[in-house]
Write a protein that binds this ligand. Structure first.
Ligand SMILES: Nc1nc2c(ncn2[C@@H]2O[C@H](COP(=O)(O)OP(=O)(O)OP(=O)(O)O)[C@@H](O)[C@H]2O)c(=O)[nH]1
Ligand SMILES: [Zn+2]
Length: 369
């Protein structure tokens, strides 16, 4: 450990920045090496270079969800697609275009390929990777970061355990004059996660809690595609009226897929898909978010009994699994309108959220509670 921390974990952090910058990294699994680059950066030059280094064996790794979208229904783990001829337009079509059909050869993926997909997701890129096998001799000539497959798994698991409280200060809000922002840092990506403590909640009693995944479009700009902005302001106001509560503002934009992928998904929704179909077309699972670190934030703040303000059963389940007592659940509704009614219906039908779409108010005043 020492000054430079756990080097295998540091390598994962470096690999994520390399991939975001469009550069390849090397993945080691059981003594074998795989060179991997984000498919969304696949230029003709990058593909040709990978193929050359990999002795003519460049492949595209896709997730089961993306393979299904391409008409290949039976994969349960990431698979490799042989890239012959090497064609960057074909790669971008295979990675994210709608209505595309796969006619290339599909081979089962291995651990290193699954790790490549995990890295793409952690880097908030499209979950599709260009890969090529690398011999130990060529490895020495390549100046790229090498990560070990188990280190990537450990990196993703670490998220709840490494949180530290870094700063806190009162910030009066329009809906709650007595509010304090508490910033935690750590976990996956060492991101900053925010707890807004409203009023003076008593740690010995159940406290109202909202776990809110960041939504730039809805929270800040009042996008009509979702109900996030209403839920955010509505829950803070409800907590202020009730004398106290805690809102966790989680850095999980786009259900954890990142803003770029959310806007890609919005383009597909503009073309007629629902919110989950759009994510799946891009190769994501229904919802990849984890909430364990949110439970840890509550524990660090001294709370153990919660009244959870959510329609999402997974949030309640994770709080319980993490050792908190969920005393009660309160539904959180925003406004219903022509632009978000399909979003709300999809959440209810596909993800089992408790939403009574008919009971929601039409555009106008926001309902909450
Ligand atoms: N990937 C993706 N994310 C979306 C899409 N539409 C909305 N989101 C994100 O979905 C998340 C909404 O999360 P939350 O506000 O925590 O709500 P929830 O999990 O639906 O559950 P509630 O607690 O009932 O509100 C935010 O991160 C949004 O940015 C979409 O089409 N694709
Ligand atoms: Zn939203």
């Amino acid at each position: 450990m020492g000054l430079f921390g756990d080097v295998s974990q540091t390598a994962v952090e470096r690999a994520l920045s390399e991939l975001r910058a469009g550069r390849p990294v090397v993945i080691e699994s059981a003594g074998r090496f795989l060179m991997a680059a984000a498919a969304e950066h696949a230029s003709a030059d990058l593909i040709a270079a990978l193929d050359r280094i990999g002795g003519g064996q460049a492949m595209l790794v896709l997730t089961p969800a993306r393979l299904r979208a391409l008409g290949h229904a039976d994969a349960s783990a990431p698979c490799a697609i042989a890239l012959r001829p090497l064609d960057s337009d074909r790669v971008s079509a295979l990675v994210s275009r709608r209505g595309e059909v796969l006619h290339e050869e599909v081979r089962p993926g291995d651990v290193a390929m699954a790790t490549a997909i995990d890295l793409a997701k952690l880097a908030l890129l499209l979950p599709a990777m260009l890969v090529a096998p690398l011999s130990a001799e060529s490895l020495e000539m390549i100046p790229s970061v090498t990560v070990r497959a188990p280190a990537v798994e450990a990196f993703a698991q670490n998220r709840a355990e490494t949180l530290t409280l870094v700063s806190r200060a009162p910030v009066p809000l329009l809906a709650a004059r007595a509010a304090e922002f508490v910033v935690f840092r750590g976990g996956e990506g060492m991101r900053d996660q925010i707890a807004v403590v409203v009023g003076n909640p008593d740690p010995d009693k159940p406290v109202m809690v909202r776990l809110h995944s960041a939504c730039l479009t809805g929270d800040l700009f009042g996008s009509l595609r979702c109900d996030c902005g209403d839920q955010l302001r509505g829950t803070v106001a409800t907590m202020a009226k009730a004398g106290g509560g805690v809102l966790l503002y989680l850095d999980q934009e786009g259900r954890g897929n990142g803003i770029a992928n959310k806007i890609r998904a919005y383009k597909l929704q503009h073309e007629g898909l629902d919110t989950y179909e759009a994510d799946e077309t891009l190769g994501f699972d229904l919802d990849g978010r984890r909430f364990e670190f949110a439970a840890e934030m509550l524990r660090l703040l001294g709370f153990s009994q919660v009244v959870l303000m959510t329609n999402n059963p997974e949030k309640a389940e994770t709080m319980r699994r993490s050792g908190l007592t969920v005393v009660d659940l309160q539904n959180v509704y925003g406004r219903r309108g022509a632009d978000n009614v399909r979003y709300l219906a999809a959440k209810r039908e596909r993800a089992g959220h408790f939403i009574d779409v008919e009971a929601l108010e039409e555009h106008g005043s926001a309902a909450c509670g």
